[in-house]
Design a protein around this ligand. Structure first.
Ligand code: SF4
Length: 226
């Protein structure tokens, strides 16, 4: 009598498939880890499309691996954002200024912000000057770039959906994990994005590198207008 409920050849085949799957997984995570380490330490983005694909595919395993070795897992998000910026750059600069949007998280606002939330466009900055968004708002108007202050990622998606066909490129500001997720969603929607990380993170009173945002927008605008 057969002691196995499943025929032995089938069990053997299943065992082989599992072993091959484990080997493929280990190879993929090693390749992703090597690309991640190279880009992180050299600050050079090599094979950008392949690196982005590999690190995106192995994103969670890489984060868990870093956590296991007590290394900050958001480093994976950071490297992913840098690769995403490099990959998206050519498509981003091919868009017109008025087709671009700058998305700022609401945590950058002053806690005394007088602006009101609109269900369609997010928080409408009144340029009161209590936070740095006032300066960005003025510059965006000058450049013709739309500025949105959003309460969260879901709201950002709604803004992009509502303005489908009008917004063709995005500059996003957020903490690295949110930036990674946001850039991934925007890329899936076929919109090239540039990400700028917050200088200090948290739920309130976060800070951003305004000069970096402005410089990035101007650099792209200059490349676009030549
Ligand atoms: S500058 Fe704009 S976002 Fe900042 S506090 Fe004033 S109204 Fe709010």
């Amino acid at each position: 009598m057969d002691i196995y409920p499943i025929p032995y050849p089938v069990l053997e085949l299943l065992g082989r498939i599992i072993v091959i799957g484990v080997i493929i997984f280990i190879i993929l995570i090693l390749v992703a880890l090597l690309l991640f380490l190279f880009i992180f330490f050299t600050k050079r983005v090599i094979l950008p499309k392949i690196a982005l694909f590999m690190i995106t595919m192995m994103h969670e395993p890489l984060r868990r691996l870093l956590s296991f070795f007590r290394v900050d897992p958001t480093l994976v998000d950071r490297v992913s954002v840098e690769i995403g910026n490099a990959v998206n750059y050519p498509d981003f600069v091919s868009t017109k200024l008025e087709e671009r949007a700058l998305l700022i998280p609401q945590c950058v606002r002053s806690i005394d912000c007088p602006a009101k939330l609109s269900s369609l466009v997010g928080i409408k900055c009144m340029e009161c000057g209590k936070c740095e968004i006032a300066k960005l708002s003025a510059i965006c108007k000058e450049l013709g770039i739309r500025l949105y202050i959003t309460p969260g990622g879901t709201f950002s998606k709604r803004i992009l959906l509502y303005n489908r066909g009008q917004i063709k490129a995005v500059v996003g500001v957020a903490c690295y994990p949110n930036l990674y997720e946001g850039m991934l969603n925007v890329r899936l929607a076929g919109i090239p994005a540039q990400g700028v990380p917050l200088k200090t993170t948290g739920c309130v009173n976060t800070t951003m590198d305004t000069q970096e945002i402005i410089a990035r927008c101007r650099m792209v605008a200059a490349a676009c207008s030549k």
